[in-house]
Design a protein around this ligand. Structure first.
Ligand SMILES: Nc1ncnc2c1ncn2[C@@H]1O[C@H](COP(=O)(O)OP(=O)(O)OP(=O)(O)O)[C@@H](O)[C@H]1O
Ligand SMILES: [Mg+2]
Length: 152
């Protein structure tokens, strides 16, 4: 986990301002939910933290390090998208471990983290399944457990 701090965040798309000066501090291990009507800027704010969009102005820190000028890969965080973002040719284990494998994390640590997360989500029995098959067959169950089925 990590802390996140946002100070005076503004985001414009062309002439349209969609984030109007957000100040927000999220502590390490704190659980925060953004709630608001469709189009109010929830996804945009998350995309700004992840680096998938550039801030128009303002500063973002992750664990005390300023990141708003860093590319997404250098920020050390990941994002689960509202729509499916799974690799259908990989099984559940391979999907869950993909980010860590990409970061060249030791195999033993990857294995431990994936199995711990799977246990929390109660999907250990699905780890070896092909993603496509798993989600077609147990869509409702798996979606809710893995958080891949948020409203659009
Ligand atoms: N790439 C973009 N270009 C132009 N406008 C955009 C872009 N991305 C988002 N917007 C606009 O920014 C505003 C905020 O969109 P955003 O997707 O952040 O809302 P949201 O709160 O996540 O909505 P929802 O609850 O429907 O997911 C909307 O008016 C949207 O049309
Ligand atoms: Mg959204």
């Amino acid at each position: 986990m990590a802390s996140v701090k946002m100070e005076s965040i503004y985001k414009q798309f062309g002439n349209t301002e969609v984030i109007h000066g957000v100040d927000l501090e999220v502590d390490d291990n704190e659980f925060v939910v953004l709630v608001g009507p469709s189009g109010c800027g929830k996804s945009t704010l998350l995309r700004l933290i992840a680096g998938l969009e550039d801030v128009t102005s303002g500063e973002i820190e992750i664990d005390g390090v300023r990141v708003d000028y860093l590319p997404p890969a250098k920020r050390g965080i990941a994002m689960v998208f509202q729509s499916y973002a799974l690799y259908p040719h990989m099984n559940v284990y391979q999907n869950m471990s993909f980010g860590l494998r990409l970061a060249k994390t030791a195999k033993q640590i990857v294995d431990q983290k994936v199995r711990d997360a799977a246990e929390v989500l109660q999907i250990t029995e699905l780890l070896e399944r092909k993603t496509e098959r798993t989600f077609r067959r147990t869509k409702t169950k798996s979606c809710h457990r893995t958080g891949h089925c948020q409203g659009s």
